[in-house]
Design a protein around this ligand. Structure first.
Ligand SMILES: [Zn+2]
Length: 335
């Protein structure tokens, strides 16, 4: 009898120990790690914070978080990740340490969270007066397609007018930084938006690359302070500067995500992603803003498409839809 009791006691103690360890393993989070002075959180903790399931897709290479609403897929060493199928660039690449995946805490707090849970961001801006900025103009032609005799400055102005029509039809007030073929200095563009108290700024451009195969759409928002722009790998001292436009980082991310998503899904072109750059027209804005690169004039197939008014009509429609999706997200936040 006493022998049996003590045996049960041992077994129970063992069970308590096993359950205790299991509980610890399930509830404890990994400590943040620091790389070159930047804090990183484990993707598993990120999933736990957002109540998402954690699944390693490919050992030491790819990891996925998902719940009913959202799916995020990260790849080691990549800045680009998939957010519900739309490509979004982190400010710092995903890191693997001790078999665990890590994401920069700045990216979690200032990029991922504001897109997935905008209600956690403070002070949702109003959205009525939109300033549209047709890139280049006058002596500044931008890029071109010699084959199809297309100039970026003309396409940008035409797309701007098409977008203006759609936005006005949906009840927005629209102001243009230029309404004809004239030169406007970069600093005057954001200054004009600030002067009229714009609620939103959208700059429209077309791309060019040495690689003639490069194709697709990309949307830019102002780079977060403390991060390198998407085109660069290494951070430099100047990356720590905060600009006026950085006040709207959370809303920039939300706006950029919805517009890039609408464009990439609607135009059937490669999704080059939501990216980060410190473009002159974005730095000094006193409202949320994005810069859209609507396609490559250096790619003959895309240039032919971009030369078609119907194609540009469709593009204007998709950009307007993206802005409406952003507006609806703002409405949900205010509720
Ligand atoms: Zn341009």
């Amino acid at each position: 009898m006493t022998l049996l009791q003590s045996a049960l006691g041992r077994k129970q103690r063992l069970l308590v120990l096993v359950y205790g360890l299991l509980f610890l393993a399930l509830s404890s989070s990994f400590a943040d790690i620091t790389i070159h002075g930047d804090r990183y959180m484990s993707v598993r903790d990120l999933g736990r914070a957002l109540k998402m399931q954690y699944r390693v897709v490919q050992l030491n290479k790819e990891v996925r978080l998902s719940n009913k609403k959202n799916t995020l897929t990260f790849k080691v060493h990549d800045k680009g990740f998939s957010l519900n199928g739309t490509r979004v660039f982190l400010g710092a690449p995903v890191v693997l340490r001790g078999g665990r995946f890590y994401v920069s805490r700045l990216d979690y707090e200032r990029l991922i969270l504001p897109i997935l849970y905008p209600e956690k961001s403070a002070n949702p801006p109003k959205l009525y007066h939109i300033v549209l900025d047709a890139g280049h103009g006058g002596k500044d032609q931008g890029t071109e397609s010699k084959r199809y005799k297309l100039k970026e400055k003309n396409l940008a102005l035409d797309l701007t007018r098409k977008l203006q029509k759609r936005l006005e039809a949906r009840g927005y007030r629209v102001t243009l930084t230029r309404s004809r073929d004239e030169f406007v200095a970069l600093s005057d563009r954001s200054r004009k938006a600030n002067r009229v108290n714009a609620d939103l700024f959208v700059s429209l451009h077309f791309n060019a690359a040495q690689n003639v195969k490069a194709a697709g759409v990309e949307t830019y928002v102002l780079t977060l302070p403390g991060q390198a722009s998407t085109s660069r790998d290494k951070k430099v001292a100047a990356d720590n500067k905060t600009y006026a436009g950085n006040r709207y980082d959370s809303w920039n991310a939300l706006l950029g995500y919805y517009v890039q998503r609408s464009l990439a899904q609607g135009m059937s072109v490669p999704d080059r992603g939501l990216k980060h750059a410190r473009f002159a027209v974005l730095k000094d804005l006193q409202c949320p803003g994005i810069l859209i690169e609507g396609g490559f004039l250096s790619n003959d197939t895309e240039a032919r498409n971009l030369g078609s008014a119907a194609y540009r009509d469709k593009m204007a429609e998709r950009i307007a839809d993206g802005i409406i999706a952003y507006q609806m997200a703002l409405n949900r936040v205010r509720r």
